[in-house]
Design a protein around this ligand. Structure first.
Ligand SMILES: *Cc1c(COP(=O)(O)O)cnc(C)c1O
Length: 425
């Protein structure tokens, strides 16, 4: 199936006489006829549902669709993008371990990695995503277990050179984990470029209508954990909490996802509600259509902004002069995403005036939604960072993150024009 077809058809195939639309299994538990049967499920000896914290048919169908869209072998849903990012690392790192991460990432992920995970004894080194492979390699240590980056960084819109990152990771015997939230699998499939694990905040384009917070992890099945067994004992040696199961032996290419479900979901429990997964699935059905419109609108608006003398700079990889145009052409030839960042002349003060003068575009802590929305990262998502950290993350104090919706582009442009006229005299 081609990607537009997968958006509609993947994940759920009803049998004769069953519901055409993915049912919402709003049930915490599942019934069995024998004690013995249920016992086999607990030992991971048989596939089957028994408790929704571990697995649920609605959640699984949507996870399978996302895995198929990304070209992975297995996927899991989480209750948020934050938990997806956390699990993706925590599944293979424990106290005393270390990982390397691009500086240009979502503010929430930055906090999670640099503050909260440090408290768990897991250390991180941030590297400039534009640095040379040698400089990125210099951040690796003997206890490094993963490399992490975002396809298109939120909000700096830095495009990741996925092949460069994959090579450095693989040279050091660790997986590359890529957060593909902004590009979505419609525009980029990181696995095709060497990523081993893909994570998402499904809250954004995948849901697309701002109804449900959620996340996903997809396993490419390509990373050879056994070849680096000394680094990943959690996957390659017996798990005493599951009667000595060895994930790579029992589950092969799905070892990583199975371990994440069997241990992290069991113990930490960040599951989405089946109802939210149902809504996410509706969003996924139109993902390909919406992404095309987001990209087309964003291109028009970025071109408009780049010609406007009240705007000091525009960052959008669809613009020919953009620093990341070439990388975007390589990894996302049919469009990157609908998010543009730009600076209003007059710095922070005029940026705030501009935001307050918009009528159609709404100030919301949200992005990548059908409705045009706008945010000032320095006063909102990234406000915990000092100026130096902001700079390293590619966020200047005047940066406006403008998330172009799927309305008529001319209406959005009129709104911007009126607000610019009110803000910049
Ligand atoms: C929003 C976002 C997250 C966090 O996801 P939530 O669903 O809000 O928890 C992680 N990564 C990126 C790139 C995001 O945009």
């Amino acid at each position: 199936m081609r990607i537009d077809t997968k958006c509609i058809q993947s994940g759920y195939t009803p049998k004769n006489g069953e519901a055409r639309i993915l049912p919402i299994y709003q049930s915490t538990t599942f019934k069995y006829d024998s004690t013995e049967h249920m016992g086999r499920l607990f030992d991971l000896e048989e596939d089957g549902y028994f408790y929704t914290r571990l697995a649920n048919p609605t959640n699984d169908a949507v996870a399978a669709k996302i895995a198929d869209l990304e070209g992975g072998v297995a996927g899991m849903l989480t209750s948020s993008g934050q938990s997806a990012c956390f699990y993706s690392i925590f599944n293979i790192c424990e106290a005393g371990d270390h990982f390397v991460c691009s500086t240009s990432i979502y503010g929430g992920t930055y906090n999670l990695f640099s503050v909260t995970m440090k408290k768990l004894g897991i250390d991180v080194t941030f590297v400039d995503p534009d640095a040379s492979a040698e400089d990125i390699a210099a951040a690796f240590r003997p206890n490094t277990k993963a490399l992490f980056g975002e396809t298109i960084a939120n909000p700096a819109l830095v495009v990741l050179d996925i092949e460069k990152f994959a090579k450095v990771a693989h040279d050091h015997g660790v997986p590359l984990i890529v957060d593909n939230t902004f590009a979505t699998p419609i525009n980029c499939r990181p696995i095709e470029w060497g990523a081993d694990i893909v994570v998402h905040s499904t809250t954004k384009y995948m849901d697309g209508h701002a109804t449900s917070v959620g996340g996903a992890i997809v396993d490419s099945g390509n990373f050879d954990w056994e070849a680096h067994s000394d680094k990943f004992p959690g996957l390659t040696t017996p798990d005493e909490s599951y009667h000595g199961v060895v994930y790579t032996e029992r589950f092969g290419k799905a070892a990583y996802i199975t371990k994440a479900t069997a241990t992290l979901m069991r113990d930490l429990g960040s599951i989405p509600s089946p109802h939210n997964s149902f809504l996410l699935n509706l969003g996924l059905e139109t993902l390909a259509l919406r992404m095309r419109k987001h990209c087309e609108n964003a291109q028009k608006i970025a071109e408009y902004l780049s010609k406007n003398d009240k705007v000091s700079w525009v960052s959008f990889s669809g613009l020919e002069g953009d620093k990341y145009h070439q990388l975007a052409q390589k990894y996302m030839p049919s469009g990157s995403c609908g998010v543009i960042s730009f600076g209003v002349k007059g710095g922070r003060e005029n940026a705030v005036k501009f935001m307050d003068s918009l009528k159609l575009a709404a100030i919301v802590t949200h992005v990548a939604d059908a409705r045009t929305s706008v945010l000032h990262p320095a006063s909102h998502t990234h406000r915990q960072m000092n100026d130096e950290e902001l700079k390293a993350a590619g966020v200047t104090p005047d940066l406006i993150r403008f998330s172009v919706g799927i309305e008529d582009a001319d209406d959005i442009i009129e709104d911007i024009e009126n607000a610019l006229n009110a803000a910049v005299k």
